[in-house]
Design a protein around this ligand. Structure first.
Ligand code: ZN
Length: 477
């Protein structure tokens, strides 16, 4: 990260801290927790490598949503995010914003085990544990809680060791941890998942931890895994009198999500080796077909399109439906005519698939069909408006359709979301004259432009103290 980018990051942190510092004297309310959650999410979009993949995001939100629905009426809008990171980790930000690392998704053996971990995080948020813990602490307050959560996503110090030391500062008190486990098992059961699966996951990691105590995953620094905790969970499961009909296995969508997670991970080379080994050791027939399919999914997400193509074609010849993956591989390899019908089919099958929609838009654009390209990008953007690469492609398609100014609007939104404020200012200026006056985008652009211009004219208005406080947090490691 450049010095300039870092400086911008600190300025945006200052804006955030200013928002949450003001009411520090009063006890935190649900409204303040919501605000903290929202602000954290907007910082996370700038500072965290979030995964934007329809399949993985949909699966996590679906499982999380089932747990939340089982709770009944909720004060928070729960949202689930996936972080591109290989470590086993998950954390809850006050206000119901739950983050799970890709490493956990590729580690769990079933959706039920993932449901257990998500339910534990939902329980921490639902029971206001982070905020209650801060209020009990002597010097700690709401503002320092905000600082701790921000330190957790600080991109400058993104190394695992530092992340771990920061996770430790979020360690929940033993009684909160016990309560979260108790609630998680109850939520898991109530939402139709198998609560035993969470215990099994924890037991495997607990045993690993005993063999190699230095390799504690970050998750267990904030949620320490002790003999007492294991015994408590076993006790609760006993009291629930949970009758297990069968041991849950990995669903197809979990296997695909794991392939996406590992294909985009920092340790992709290792993943490629594992998936290739699975293909060579598989027997013929169904087993080989599944291994080949997953290897294809992994390669597409690892952006190795020519290797992906061979696997995907073999899986398709065996009867697997891989329209979206094959469509993407062909698109990226420049085979637009062949990609187009596959992507059309993928979108017909799943109209909400914003990845396939963006790929379809790109295919239309490459084939010079500006109108169809804009229509597909428009839908994709509506469903998931946080992807810089899609905004750039969308802008190109709008340019081709003779609507360059509207393209600048989307580029401005993304620049602002990712913290490049001077660029956002420039793009909004270019966009405004071409937008339909009085329309939603025109209104947005006008109001953002005004605010960004104000901020640009008074760059020294930010109070220094909160920045200094956060710098202290950053430099501690
Ligand atoms: Zn916990």
């Amino acid at each position: 990260m450049s010095a300039l980018a870092r400086c911008r990051w600190l300025v945006s942190v200052a804006v955030f801290v200013q928002l949450v510092v003001l009411p520090a004297a009063a006890p935190a309310t649900v409204g303040m927790e919501k605000q903290l959650g929202e602000e954290f999410v907007s910082q996370a979009r700038k500072g965290l490598p979030l995964i934007y993949d329809y399949e993985i995001n949909e699966m996590v939100s679906d499982i999380g949503g089932r747990i939340v629905r089982a709770l009944g009426m909720q004060p928070f809008d729960y949202e689930f995010f996936v972080v591109r990171d290989d470590s086993i980790n998950a954390f809850a930000v006050p206000g119901g914003k739950i983050f799970v690392h890709a490493g956990l998704i590729s580690r769990v053996k079933s959706e039920d085990a993932l449901a257990g971990v998500l339910a534990h995080e939902v329980a921490h948020a639902h029971a206001h544990h982070a905020v209650r813990q801060q209020q009990k602490g002597a010097a700690a307050g709401y503002a320092s809680l905000a600082g701790i959560f921000l330190a957790l996503i600080n991109p400058v110090l993104g190394q695992a060791a530092l992340m771990a030391s920061q996770a430790k500062t979020l360690e929940y008190q033993r009684d909160f941890e016990r309560e979260a486990d108790f609630l998680a098992l109850e939520y898991t059961r109530r939402s139709g998942f198998d609560p035993q699966s969470m215990l099994e996951l924890l037991r495997v990691i607990y045993d690993e931890q005993k063999i190699n105590p230095t390799s504690v995953p970050p998750y267990f620094l904030s949620h320490p895994l002790t003999a007492e905790r294991m015994a408590n969970i076993e006790g609760v499961l006993g009291r629930l009198e949970w009758e297990r009909e069968s041991v849950p296995v990995a669903s197809k969508r979990l296997l695909r999500a794991a392939a996406v997670a590992r294909g985009t991970s920092q340790r992709r080379a290792k993943a490629v080796g594992d998936y290739e080994a699975a293909v060579s050791s598989a027997d013929t027939g169904e087993e080989r077909l599944s291994a080949v399919e997953m290897a294809g999914v992994l390669m597409v997400h690892g952006e190795d399109y020519s290797t992906a193509l061979a696997y995907l074609r073999e899986a398709v010849a065996g009867g697997r439906n891989l329209d979206r993956e094959l469509g993407r591989a062909l698109l990226r390899l420049g085979e637009y005519d062949e990609a187009l019908p596959l992507l059309k089919r993928a979108v017909e099958k799943r109209p909400g698939d914003w990845n396939a929609l963006a790929d379809l838009g790109e295919a239309h654009y490459r084939l010079s069909d500006a109108e169809q390209a804009v229509a597909a990008f428009e839908k994709s953007w509506e469903l998931s408006p946080w992807r810089p690469r899609v905004a750039e492609s969308f802008a190109r398609a709008l340019d081709l359709a003779g609507k360059r100014e509207r393209g600048y609007y989307f580029l401005a939104v993304v620049a602002e979301t990712t913290g490049r404020l001077d660029r956002a200012l420039l793009y909004y200026r270019k966009a405004l004259p071409g937008l339909e006056e009085g329309g939603e985008e025109w209104k947005q652009a006008s109001s953002r432009l005004e605010q960004l211009e104000d901020a640009a004219e008074q760059p020294h208005r930010q109070p220094r103290t909160p920045v200094a406080r956060l710098r202290g947090l950053y430099d501690r490691g």
